[in-house]
Design a protein around this ligand. Structure first.
Ligand SMILES: Cc1cc2nc3c(=O)[nH]c(=O)nc-3n(C[C@H](O)[C@H](O)[C@H](O)COP(=O)(O)OP(=O)(O)OC[C@H]3O[C@@H](n4cnc5c(N)ncnc54)[C@H](O)[C@@H]3O)c2cc1C
Length: 417
C-alpha cells in the first residue's frame, strides 16, 4: 500500500479501516542469498538498497528485538554533513544527499527537517578550526557559513551572551543539517525493504555463525538455523559480540550514551545548536520537547541505560549556554550502546572469512550515516567492490596504522571520540 494524498482521503472517508501493517511478519525461510544481522537503521538500509539498487531481494534482516528498539530509535536525531577529513567528507556528503530524497524513495514520512545546525565557537583557535572545516565543506560541495557573534545572536537570541568564562565568538552554520524522526527512519526503511521482497524477522536473535572451509554458510538463531550465501553483521553496539561468533576480535568498545527530553514547549529552538566548550547539543522536536545530549558515560557497558553523574554534567552545560532551559521539566532520558572505534570513524568492509561483511564503529554519529552506510554496504555486498565514498572505511587500518581517520585528532582512545 502506497501513501498518497488520494489514499489518505480514501481512508478518511471509509473509517480508516483499510490501512495495512507497514511490513509483513514472515517466518524465516531455510535459505537466503543475503542475511543481515541487526534491524537497526544501518541493517535495514542495507537490505533496502540491496533490493532497490542491485535487485537482490532474497534477503532477510534478523533482529533480536523489535524494529526501532536499538540506537536508531534512541539517538538525538541530528543529521549533518560537516566533516573535514578526506573520506569522511565524501561519505557524509553522499549520505546527506540520500537523506534529501529518502522519504520519496521509501514512501514514508520520516519528518526530515533541514532546520540548520550551528556549531558555536568560543576562542580564536576554535574559530580558525571551524573556518578551515567550513572551507572543506564548501569545497566538497556542501554548505557552510561562518557567523560572527552578532550573526549568532540574531539567530539564537536565547543563548547567554554575557557569560565571561566561555564567551560566544561565533558559529559555523550548516543550513542543510537538521533532524529527522529517528524511529520513523527505521520504519521507512523496513517498509521500503519489505515492499521489495525483503523478509524482516523480529525477535530472532543470531546466536552462532556457521563457517565451512573459510566461508560463511549460515547462522544459528533463536528461530532455528538459516543458510545464506552472504552475511552482513550490522549490529552497532553489539558488534564485538556478533563478530566473536565468527572468531573475530574487533577494535571496538561499547559505551553508553544518554539522551534527554523535556516537556513540550512552544517552539523556541529553531535550529540544532552545539556548544563548543562542553559536550552539549540541543534541538526541539516537532512535539515541542527539547531534545539534548552530551558525553558518553565514560565506562564500557552493554547496558542501554546511563547514570546520574552524566545527567548532571549535561544539564550543567545546558544551563551555562542557555539558562532558560532551567525552567523546563525534564521528562525522559534513556541510553544507547555506542560502537566506539579507536579513531572515531566507522568500518564498512569484508572480513577474512569469505562471504562475511562488517558494518560498525559509528560512535556518536551513525544516525546521519544511515542512508550512506546502507548504500555503501549494499554496494560492497552486491558487487564485491568498495563504494567510492566509503572506500577508506577499511578494517585493516587498525592493523597497519595506515589510513586512520581521526576527525577530531583525539588519539587512539575509544571513549574520547
Ligand atoms: C543517545 C544517543 C544519541 C545519539 N545521537 C546521534 C545524533 O544526534 N546523530 C547521529 O548521527 N547519531 C547519533 N547517535 C548514534 C546513532 O544512533 C548510531 O550510531 C546508529 O543508530 C547505529 O546504527 P543502527 O541504527 O544500525 O544501530 P541499532 O539501532 O542499535 O541496530 C543494531 C541492531 O542489532 C540488533 N542486534 C544486536 N545483536 C543481535 C543479534 N545477535 N541478533 C540479531 N540482532 C542483533 C540490535 O537489537 C539492534 O536493533 C546517537 C546514539 C545514542 C545512543
Amino acid at each position: 500500500m502506497r501513501f498518497s494524498a488520494f489514499e489518505i482521503l480514501k481512508q478518511g472517508l471509509t473509517g480508516n479501516k483499510g490501512w495495512k501493517p507497514h511490513w509483513r511478519s514472515p517466518e524465516p525461510k531455510s535459505h537466503y542469498d543475503v542475511i543481515i544481522v541487526g534491524g537497526g537503521g544501518h541493517g535495514l538500509a542495507t537490505a533496502f538498497y540491496l533490493a532497490k539498487e542491485h535487485g537482490i531481494t532474497n534477503v532477510a534482516v534478523l533482529e533480536k528485538g523489535y524494529i526501532g528498539g536499538g540506537n536508531v530509535g534512541r539517538n538525538t536525531t541530528i543529521v549533518r554533513a560537516n566533516y573535514g577529513l578526506e573520506g569522511n567528507s565524501q561519505f557524509y556528503s553522499h549520505s546527506l544527499k540520500l537523506w534529501e530524497n529518502m522519504e520519496a524513495d521509501f514512501n514514508f514520512n520520516a519528518m526530515h527537517s533541514q532546520r540548520g545546525i550551528i556549531n558555536l565557537f568560543h576562542s580564536d583557535g576554535q574559530r580558525d578550526a571551524f573556518a578551515r572545516r567550513g572551507n572543506m565543506m564548501i569545497s566538497q560541495g556542501d554548505d557552510a557559513i561562518l557567523l560572527d557573534r552578532e550573526g549568532v545572536r540574531e539567530m539564537l537570541p536565547y543563548l547567554d551572551y554575557e557569560q565571561t568564562r566561555f564567551p560566544i565568538y561565533g558559529g559555523l552554520y550548516h543550513p542543510r543539517g537538521g533532524t529527522a524522526r529517528h524511529d520513523a527512519v527505521a520504519w521507512g526503511y523496513a517498509r521500503g525493504a519489505d515492499m521489495r521482497g525483503v523478509d524482516i524477522i523480529q525477535n530472532c536473535e543470531v546466536q552462532g555463525i556457521d563457517i565451512e572451509n573459510g566461508k560463511v554458510v549460515g547462522v544459528q538463531t533463536s528461530k532455528g538455523p538459516i543458510k545464506c550465501g552472504k552475511l552482513g553483521l550490522v549490529t552497532a553496539g553489539r558488534s564485538s559480540q556478533t563478530a566473536a561468533m565468527a572468531g573475530m576480535r574487533l577494535p571496538i568498545e561499547s559505551h553508553v550514551l544518554q539522551a534527554f527530553v523535556t516537556e513540550g514547549l512552544k517552539p523556541c529552538v529553531d535550529h540544532v545548536v552545539t556548544y563548543g566548550m562542553g559536550h552539549f547539543y540541543i534541538s526541539q522536536s516537532d512535539k515541542g520537547g527539547l531534545v539534548f545530549g552530551g558525553d558518553l558515560d565514560f565506562y564500557a557497558s552493554y547496558a542501554a541505560r546511563g547514570n546520574l553523574p552524566m545527567v548532571e554534567h549535561v544539564v550543567e552545560a545546558g544551563m551555562t549556554l542557555m539558562p532558560m532551559i532551567g525552567k523546563a521539566r525534564m521528562l525522559r532520558s534513556w541510553g544507547g550502546i555506542m560502537d566506539m572505534s579507536p579513531d572515531g570513524s566507522p568500518i564498512i568492509d569484508r572480513t577474512h572469512i569469505d562471504g562475511l561483511y562488517l558494518n560498525c564503529g559509528w560512535c556518536y554519529g551513525g544516525f546521519k550515516a544511515v542512508p550512506g552506510s546502507g548504500f555503501s554496504m549494499a554496494h560492497l555486498m552486491a558487487t564485491g567492490n568498495h563504494h567510492a565514498p566509503a572506500e577508506k572505511y577499511r578494517l585493516s587500518r587498525f592493523e597497519t596504522g595506515r589510513g586512520l581517520m581521526d576527525e577530531e585528532a583525539t588519539g587512539a582512545q575509544h571513549n574520547l571520540h
